[in-house]
Each structure stands twice: as structure tokens, then as C-alpha cells.
Design a protein around this ligand. Structure first.
Ligand SMILES: Cc1cc2nc3c(=O)[nH]c(=O)nc-3n(C[C@H](O)[C@H](O)[C@H](O)COP(=O)(O)OP(=O)(O)OC[C@H]3O[C@@H](n4cnc5c(N)ncnc54)[C@H](O)[C@@H]3O)c2cc1C
Length: 387
């Protein structure tokens, strides 16, 4: 049904959450299907965790921690490029280890600087790492992955303290998937990501979301929780991008998340550190990393804004805790979701998995394609019935 056939308070879709998942679907359904959308978010802004804004000093900072865009998917970069120009940016991270600032992921430079070596080739670095590695027969945990690849000393220097802080658990208690993502390099490439497309939206993430949602068929209401409007809004279909356990009133218990506290500071100095992020793996430092936004955004100013990240058990849900029993609990909620008609669950909180921004854009575009196929199939089914 088209928008003008409906009453003012009727919507084709109610979409909960104005992050990537909700905003991409709102944009696709409005622009491609002419659907009328109500998009709500309980936070006072759009953009979800990628939200950025200028602070009092005029520095563009990321309210929920530094977000760096990178992808290998042309489909995703092409899609987002409709709504933003890009500023090329390759993220670099250093770690403070034994009072030295060394590249992370571990590469040949890291080994040379930390151990006073002079490894000149990939082969020499690979041989060195192999000589440090302590083979683990049955790799089950994060600790096994790292010790097996680089040995106990590098494991303790770079991973053990950081992981304990980040997750509140020892690496020996975490799935191998947690550190399986962290590459070790034998060359001197010190970029944090190796993706083909690495760039920041030229005017920031929030401006990109504003462009995405700039359609008269999309009504955006921020500062509005789903539970406060679920019974008063008239809609055909619900798209839910919030926490799946919350949707089902925590019927089977809470899905465990790790949270973060962000301490944003503006300093009267032009530059605070040499790279966008510096990690602090040492267990006696309470924060995990410090990021400086001007590296990411290219903004010029005599002052600078940095963010300290303090992992925390309490607060907004950021990282699903990757343990087998949590996945089992999620599967019970997923089964309920599959049996719930007329609701589409999409996004990182509804699928209880850590995803990067590009993966969520990809997930939302795939969800739209499925809806689109269903819609094109529908008239044919009706024709068959009539025949
Ligand atoms: C500290 C940190 C750093 C990150 N850095 C990067 C990075 O560098 N690069 C990268 O690619 N990815 C990064 N990510 C991941 C990125 O944030 C996510 O991939 C992305 O935000 C997921 O989008 P989403 O729409 O699924 O979820 P979200 O962005 O979380 O959006 C969901 C929205 O739903 C709203 N909501 C939930 N429940 C309700 C309700 N009941 N009623 C109304 N609204 C509701 C929430 O308020 C939220 O705004 C980072 C994540 C974190 C935590």
C-alpha cells in the first residue's frame, strides 16, 4: 500500500534503532519500495554507536569510542558513497610495552625494537617467531592461539593483560575466536587493517546518517524507547535492531555483554600522540587504549580531543562475551525470534555478535534483498491463486 493511501499515523514499517542496521533498512525501504517508515531510537540522536559530534572546543569526536571505517566489500563502500564523500585514512596503532612504543599488530619492527634484533626479511622474522612459538596440540582458547603462534613472552606482553582488562576474563577462559582475529606479520606493514577500502566519511558519520535518512517518507523520532510506543503506533511490520533478550523480556535470562566507560578529554595541545590509537596492555594501567580523533578526521586545531577507554561490567551493551554457554543462550532467543511472525531481527544487538560497521551494512542490505524478493514474488503468488 502506498503512503498516501494510509492515515497520518499508519506506517508500513516501525524500525527500532537508528544505527547502521535500522538506518540502512529505512533508507532502502523508503527509496526502493516507497514505504512509509517510523524510525525510533531511545538515544537522543541517530547513528547508533557510530555517532559523532563536535564538542565545545569544536573538535569532531566519537561519543562511543573511535570508529574507523574499513571494508573489502565494494557493494558496501559503493552503497555508503551515495551519502558521503570520503577522506582516505589508514589507521595505525602503537602499544606501550616495556616503556617502548611499538607497532601492533606485531610485525618485524615490533620484534626488532622490543628485543634489540636486526631481522631484515620476512623469512628471518618468521623463523624468529617460530623459534619463540610453543606448539599447543589442541587449540581451544585464546591463550592457546597466541602461545602457539608467538610463544609465552609475547603472549604475556601484548595479550594477557589487555585481554583480562578488556573482557574481565583470562584468555584461557575465552573462545579461540577472540584472538584468532589478531594477525601477526613478518613484514613491516604497520597498518592496523589490511582492507582494500579504508577511509573516514569526510564530514563525519552523523552527517552521513542524516543524508541517508533525508527522505520525506522517513520519520525519525529520537529519545523514544520501543516499549513506550509499541502499543500506540500503527504499523504493518516491525524491524528490531535492539537487544534480542530485551525484546523477549529476558525470558531465559540476560545475554552477557562487556561494556566500556569513555573518558573524553580536550587538551590545550595540538597533538597528543603520534598515531590514532595507543594501546596499553600492562595490567597495572586501568584503561586499554587512548585514541586521538584529529588523526582520524584530519581536523586542524590548536587543541585536541582524546578518549580513554575503561572496560566495565556495567553499562551499555558493547561486546557480546564470546563463550560457548552464551552462544547457547542466544540460540534459544534466536529460536523464539524465528518463530515470531512479522518481526525482522537485524543488527549486532539482535544477532548477539561483534560486527564491524561494514558487516552490519552488508547484513542490512542482504535483509533488504530478501524482503525485496519476497515482495516481487507476492503478486505472482496472488496471480497463481486467482488462476
Ligand atoms: C568501542 C567500539 C568501537 C568500535 N569501533 C569500530 C571501528 O573502528 N570500525 C568498525 O567497523 N566498527 C566498530 N565498532 C562496531 C560498530 O559500532 C557496530 O558495527 C555498529 O554500530 C553496529 O550497528 P547496529 O545498527 O547493529 O547497532 P547500533 O549502532 O548499536 O544501533 C542500535 C541502536 O538501537 C537503539 N535501541 C536499542 N534498543 C532500543 C529500544 N528498545 N528502543 C529504541 N531504540 C533502541 C540503540 O540506542 C542504538 O542506537 C565499534 C564498536 C564499539 C563498541
Amino acid at each position: 500500500m502506498s503512503a498516501d493511501q494510509r492515515g497520518e499515523n499508519r506506517y508500513d514499517y516501525l524500525i527500532v534503532g537508528a544505527g547502521y542496521a535500522g538506518s540502512v533498512l529505512a533508507e532502502r525501504l523508503a527509496s526502493q519500495h516507497g514505504a512509509r517508515i517510523l524510525l525510533v531510537d531511545r538515544r537522543p540522536h541517530i547513528g547508533g554507536n557510530a555517532y559523532d559530534e563536535p564538542n565545545e572546543a569544536g573538535i569532531l569526536y566519537h561519543k562511543y569510542g573511535p570508529h574507523i571505517f574499513h571494508t573489502n566489500s565494494e557493494q558496501v563502500s559503493d552503497y555508503l558513497s551515495q551519502f558521503t564523500e570520503w577522506r582516505p585514512y589508514e589507521h595505525r596503532v602503537r602499544a606501550v610495552v616495556r616503556d617502548k612504543l611499538v607497532p601492533i599488530p606485531i610485525n618485524r619492527t615490533t620484534l626488532n625494537e622490543l628485543f634489540g634484533l636486526d631481522l631484515k626479511t620476512d623469512e628471518e622474522a618468521a623463523d624468529y617467531l617460530a623459534s619463540r612459538a610453543e606448539p599447543v596440540e589442541d587449540i581451544r582458547t585464546s591463550e592457546d592461539v597466541v602461545v602457539n603462534a608467538v610463544g609465552r613472552e609475547l603472549y604475556e606482553l601484548f595479550f594477557q593483560g589487555y585481554t583480562r582488562k578488556q573482557w574481565g576474563l583470562d584468555p584461557s577462559e575465552l573462545d579461540k575466536s577472540v584472538t584468532a582475529r589478531i594477525p601477526t606479520r613478518t613484514n613491516t606493514d604497520d597498518r592496523y587493517f589490511a582492507d582494500t577500502f579504508q577511509a573516514m566519511p569526510a564530514n563525519g558519520y552523523t552527517a552521513m546518517f542524516e543524508n541517508m535518512l533525508d527522505n520525506p517518507l522517513i520519520e525519525v523520532r529520537t529519545g523514544v524507547d520501543f516499549k513506550d510506543i509499541r502499543d500506540s503506533v500503527d504499523y504493518d511490520h516491525l524491524i528490531f535492531t535492539g537487544p534480542i533478550d530485551e525484546y523477549f523480556d529476558f525470558r531465559f535470562g540476560k545475554l552477557p555483554y562487556r561494556s566500556l566507560k569513555f573518558d573524553h578529554q580536550t587538551l590545550e595541545t595540538e597533538r597528543f600522540q603520534d598515531t590514532g590509537t595507543v594501546n596499553y596492555p600492562a595490567p597495572d594501567v586501568p584503561y586499554t587504549r587512548i585514541s586521538e580523533y584529529k588523526h582520524l578526521t584530519g581536523q586542524q586545531s590548536p587543541v585536541t580531543t582524546i578518549t580513554y577507554e575503561y572496560p566495565s561490567a556495567e553499562g551499555d551493551p558493547y561486546y557480546p562475551i564470546p563463550r560457548a554457554e552464551n552462544q547457547e543462550l542466544f540460540k534459544r532467543y534466536e529460536a523464539l525470534a524465528d518463530a515470531t511472525d512479522n518481526v525482522t531481527f537485524v543488527g549486532r544487538l539482535a544477532t548477539y555478535r561483534y560486527y564491524n560497521m561494514d558487516q552490519i551494512v552488508g547484513q542490512a542490505l542482504a535483509t533488504f534483498r530478501r524482503m525485496d524478493e519476497k515482495r516481487s514474488a507476492a503478486p505472482r503468488e496472488a496471480e497463481v491463486e486467482a488462476a
